[in-house]
Design a binder for this molecule. Structure first.
Ligand code: ADP
Ligand code: MG
Length: 306
């Protein structure tokens, strides 16, 4: 494993939470089909409150702070979620008569389609416009119809660009890997100095493993850095899996190495340190063998002259 840190020549960096802060902020909510932005946000927030995803945290927090009289989020039952897809649940409406519920589905286009919901062309264009502006745009569907789009923004961590420059100096090719849309991924890549052809966007969790395998098949020794539940399989497949300390337990268990904290600079330090440690081990082994090699004949000589 330590040996791998020396030969690693490519590193796949998960975008959200690794290169970016992962602390998203909800920008605006676009309402569709006669819904109001406030309804869309409160319904989405109710379901997202049951999810661990950074997108979910942001939407639930925004919904909570927008609740009338600072009340709690609406109650949810039959919650389910798909990693890299989205969430689904039944939301009970406050103040409405008993049994008034809405089925809410929130997530990416593929997740809506899996739930039998197909946004029309105008709605898809609205989503594309949000994404082109650099937002992570999330569909919210209510009772089987698209009801709105929540736009979120993330920020690149302050140390990411410098850390990526250092990786390149160490002869390691940085690549960006994300389930998020291509427009956001391209903006982040530009901001940190990753070339556009080294960006994999819109990747499903299974696709993250395939990205590692593809690079390995091209002859690279691949490191992968991530923090999410859906990064675990790719971390395990990589020659060197690196979990960010702030990450989920699953990611930490699947990795070879855990970096304390969440800064990419610490990841670079870990790689540099393990390369140095390896050099020290090799030097020590050399001297051990060297002393043995000369020590034994000398000892034999000393014995035989007595
Ligand atoms: P990343 O590679 O950035 O960690 P994921 O694979 O976790 O991304 O998610 C990919 C996409 O799936 C997100 O950009 C989003 O569109 C959708 N998604 C995942 N989880 C959720 C969720 N809890 N709510 C809404 N959308 C989600
Ligand atoms: Mg992630």
């Amino acid at each position: 494993m330590l040996e791998d840190t020396r030969t690693v020549d490519a590193i796949l960096l998960d975008k959200t939470g690794t290169v970016t802060s992962g602390k998203l902020a909800v920008g605006h909510t676009l309402a569709l089909n006669g819904h109001s932005p406030a309804d869309v946000l409160s319904l989405a927030g109710a379901v997202e409150a049951a999810s661990e995803h950074p997108i979910a945290h942001a939407i639930a927090a925004a919904a909570k702070s927008a609740m009338p009289d600072a009340g709690p989020l609406l109650a949810v039952k039959d919650f389910s979620s798909a990693p890299g897809g989205g969430v689904r649940g039944m939301v009970a409406l406050n103040g409405a008569g008993n049994g008034t519920e809405r089925t809410v589905v929130a997530g990416r286009t593929g997740w809506l389609e899996l739930n039998g919901i197909f946004p029309d062309d105008a709605q898809r264009r609205a989503l594309a416009t949000e994404e082109a502006g650099g937002a992570t745009a999330i569909w919210v569907a209510v009772d089987g119809e698209p009801a709105g789009i929540v736009s979120l923004r993330d920020t690149v961590k302050p140390g990411s660009a410098a850390a990526i420059a250092k990786l390149k100096e160490l002869g390691i090719r940085p690549l960006l890997l994300t389930g998020d849309n291509a427009a956001v991924a391209a903006q982040v890549a530009t901001a940190v100095g990753i070339s556009p052809e080294d960006v994999f966007a819109g990747v499903l969790p299974e696709g993250k493993v395939d990205a590692v395998r593809m690079l390995q098949a091209q002859g690279s020794t691949v490191a992968m850095a991530g923090d999410g539940v859906n990064d675990a399989a790719a971390l395990a497949q990589a020659d060197l899996g690196i979990a960010m300390g702030s990450g989920t337990d699953v990611a930490i268990e699947a990795s070879d190495l855990t970096v304390m904290g969440s800064d990419l600079g610490q990841l670079v330090q870990a790689i540099e340190l393990s390369r140095k440690t390896l050099a020290t081990i090799k030097t020590n082994l050399f001297w051990a063998f060297f002393y043995n090699a000369i020590g034994i004949p000398v000892a034999a000589l000393v014995c035989s002259t007595r």
